[in-house]
Design a protein around this ligand. Structure first.
Ligand SMILES: [Zn+2]
Ligand SMILES: [Zn+2]
Length: 201
């Protein structure tokens, strides 16, 4: 290999030279000391830039993880998605729209999140609902209630309307719940049955 030429590691140079004419350190080689120094300075700068960037990404991640309103929003989105998947084969909980309806489907709470915050992420209190019932008739609650009684029994409605102990969920609690909902979504999207009976009283 004594005769094979080496290439200067400094990108802006790239000169090919015989090893004895330059500096060789293992896999790296430079045409001269000047370019070795220039290369080392550029490499150091790159490394520093990367380190600073990584630290910033980590900082944003930690900030977001502790941002409770953000976590609440993200977890709500994922929960709603899970509800629509759980009820994929069902029509609207409040009206006669069949699952084949082409409009937008929402996840509608029976007890609103304001009235029963403890039931915000409880699948027994949330069912697939057409956007019309959800947006324009405040959930169309009378037929909603009747459908719940017909399908799940009066026991569910009595329980939903009863008192519920409020548990204050931290940002970390919310993130952990979201993980569960995401896992269930993936499962349902793959065509598997639910991992558990989310509507079991
Ligand atoms: Zn060079
Ligand atoms: Zn509807």
């Amino acid at each position: 290999m004594a005769n094979s030429k080496r290439k200067c590691a400094l990108k802006t140079c790239g000169l090919r030279f015989r090893p004895e004419d330059g500096i060789v350190r293992g896999l790296q080689a430079w045409c001269g000391q000047e370019h070795q120094i220039e290369w080392a300075m550029a490499a150091g700068k790159k490394l520093r830039e990367r380190t600073v960037k990584q630290a910033r990404v980590q900082e944003v991640k930690q900030f977001k993880a502790g941002d409770r309103p953000l976590q609440l929003k993200l977890t709500q989105t994922e929960f709603n998605r899970m509800i629509r998947l759980l009820d994929a084969k069902r029509g609207c909980i409040s009206c006669d729209k069949p699952p084949s309806w082409k409009g937008q489907w929402h996840a509608g709470h029976f007890k609103t999140t304001a009235a029963a915050p403890a039931l915000r992420f409880d699948a027994r209190n949330c069912f697939k609902q057409c956007s019309q019932c959800n947006n324009f008739t405040s959930g169309n609650l009378l037929p909603y209630k009747q459908r719940l009684i017909d399908t799940y029994g009066i026991g569910l409605v009595d329980w939903l309307e009863g008192p519920h102990e409020m548990v204050k969920l931290s940002a970390q609690d919310l993130a952990a719940m979201r993980k569960q909902f995401s896992e269930e979504c993936r499962r349902l999207e793959a065509g598997s049955p639910p991992s558990r009976d989310w509507r079991h009283l």
